[in-house]
Write a protein that binds this ligand. Sequence first.
Ligand code: ZN
Length: 160
Amino acid sequence: MKISKDTVATFHYRLTADDELLIEDSFKNEPLTYLHGHQNLIIGMENALENKSEGDKFSITIPPEEAYGQRIDEMVQLVPITAFDAVDELFEGMRFTATTDAGDVPVVITQIENDQVTVDGNHPLAGQTLNFSVEILSIRPATAEEIEHGHVHGAGGHHH
Ligand code: ZN
């Protein structure tokens, strides 16, 4: 069978960014299983996987617009260090969840200078062109429950 809406596909992938830096390599870990056609993956990847068959191998380059979007300058903010008084230890690269008007946003501290902390709410891969090498391992029809929930159950999916 081929990957289409409401099928569940399992695949391995290797992901590198613009600078050839290896970001993820599922071949060394567990493959990814997902429900196709329910926006569980970045759109560029769902499009590339459409109509693929078991055993297919391919490489694809996905621009930011079809991946995690462009970086948004407004999502980088300077915060006075006093806002972190309740935090024991503060360091560059530290990740936490910020509560904003738009809901909870995962952010990272990119710089601490004097009494100012730079906080970046962009996705770590925003603005990056992504290169994937993919191998399709298996494809099956989704269950009615999976389609209703919009995600995969069982191995590699949700357990509930
Ligand atoms: Zn579910």
